[in-house]
Design a protein around this ligand. Structure first.
Ligand SMILES: [Zn+2]
Length: 433
């Protein structure tokens, strides 16, 4: 999975004409730009093949604004059409999203696309209200920004977040069969999530349905590695009705779940929760391939992904038929985390998002990182950096932001119930291997 393989493959494709050319409207113009996208494969009912298409080297890591991302957008729109969803963008299924932003200086000046498909509600009165199911489809491209892997290698993002897009597609298929729910359901594949929730933020400023008519947002981000563990469900404190709705929805798939009340987190549901919309974020936890160049399709748990899709369909149907609008509980948990930009300091820890009483549980450490030099390992719970206590992920990123590369810091962590200490010199994000 590296750039060379991709180039070889492209060359092969060119020689054998095994690819198809599709037309795609260029930003703000009537002209078309030809894209060299792989031939259609997968689609509804074929979750692993669909992950495989989206996470293929040929899409080059789906960086926002890139050709590979545009191929993914067209592919998702084609599937929405197969499913019979109505186009709900301002240009067919697409909503153009400007990517350059002051908040995210790393974003290229360019245009991404949200992809929107609608399943209209069956109830005359309720159909004016909508439940949003969202999943971002962009990823890190060649890993120049935000990577824990090798820069220059293709970052396929199979779990992050081809898995979420596929769960959305599978849920759409389940929901479009059988009795049509009362409320409308809007499916959105977001661009620009990895650059700082740009696509979902744009949607909430230019919504297809008024935000006050939006009952809830269900976010699918990294749902491909259930593997018999519990799923983490964020946002369970954002509406009192979740207490009744979630057990009803989980009767069939009966997935073990860990509930996290907060509606804020580093994904697209935050854009909706800050607009006072109840949210849920489904998440099968982080792993050592997170944001690396090894997050590939063959590591996806297909059976788990199907169960997550069933739960997604059930919970959405239950919200869509709920007799009243859900009531939001604003600002549960911590403040919204900063997105984009952020600290230039590099420690090299991979957080595990399983909640612990205090501290940040580690899913692993990056090879050659300051965290590795300090002897930190998977399973350690980091509780202090320098003079700062680290109770939560937010406190962790705040503490890093208080330091600069080259600072020598004390790390305090818990391993096997014992508190241990180590010193390390913080690195610079730009110098990651
Ligand atoms: Zn990500």
């Amino acid at each position: 999975m590296n750039n060379k393989i991709c180039l070889q493959r492209r060359l092969q494709q060119a020689l054998t004409c095994a690819c198809c050319f599709i037309a795609f409207p260029a930003a703000g113009q009537g002209t078309s730009l030809s894209l060299d996208c792989p031939e259609f494969s997968g689609g509804p009912g074929k979750p692993i093949q669909t992950v495989r298409y989206l996470a293929a080297d040929a899409l080059e890591g789906r960086f926002s604004g890139s050709e590979g991302e545009a191929c993914a957008a067209q592919y998702i729109a084609d599937i929405f059409k197969i499913l019979g969803l109505r186009p709900a963008g301002n240009s067919g299924y697409f909503q153009e999203v400007p990517l350059a932003s002051v908040m995210t200086p790393h974003a290229p000046v360019g245009v991404g696309r949200n992809v929107l498909g609608l399943l209209p509600g069956s109830d005359e009165r309720l159909a004016e209200t909508v439940v949003v199911i969202g999943a971002h489809y962009d990823h890190l491209g060649l890993g120049e920004f935000g990577s824990t892997g090798k820069a220059g290698a293709i970052h396929n993002g199979a779990d992050d977040n081809a898995s979420g897009v596929v769960a959305m597609i599978e849920a759409a298929e389940l929901l479009s069969r059988g009795p049509r729910p009362g409320r409308s359901i809007l499916f959105i594949a977001f661009t620009g999530e990895e650059l700082g929730l740009i696509g979902s933020g744009f949607y909430t400023r230019e919504p297809a349905f008024p935000l006050e008519n939006t009952s809830a947002m269900v976010n699918l981000d990294m749902v491909g590695r259930l593997e018999g563990d519990a799923m983490i469900l964020y946002g369970t404190g954002t509406a009192p009705q979740w207490e009744e709705i979630i057990p009803l929805a989980n009767e069939g798939p009966s997935i073990p779940m860990v509930f996290e009340p907060s509606g804020f987190g580093p994904s697209d549901h935050t854009s909706f929760y800050t607009q006072d919309i109840p949210v849920l974020h489904l998440f099968t936890n982080v792993h050592s391939d997170y944001h690396g160049d090894t997050d590939d399709w063959d590591k996806i748990d297909g059976d788990g992904l199907v169960r997550v899709s069933q739960f997604t369909a059930n919970v959405t149907r239950t919200i869509a038929n709920w007799p009243t609008q859900l009531t939001v509980v604003p600002a549960v948990g911590e403040q919204a985390p900063r997105t984009g930009g952020g600290s230039e300091v590099w420690l090299g820890t991979v957080p595990d998002f399983t909640p612990v009483d205090f501290g940040v549980l580690l899913a692993g450490v990056t090879d050659g990182s300051p965290a590795e030099a300090a002897g930190l390992q998977k399973g350690d719970i980091l509780i202090q950096i320098g003079r700062f206590d680290i109770g939560t992920l937010q406190a962790f990123s705040d503490a890093l932001a208080e330091h600069k590369p080259g600072d020598e810091v004390l790390l305090r962590y818990v391993r096997d119930g014992r508190v241990l200490e180590a010193k390390t010199r913080l690195g610079d994000r730009a110098d990651r291997p």
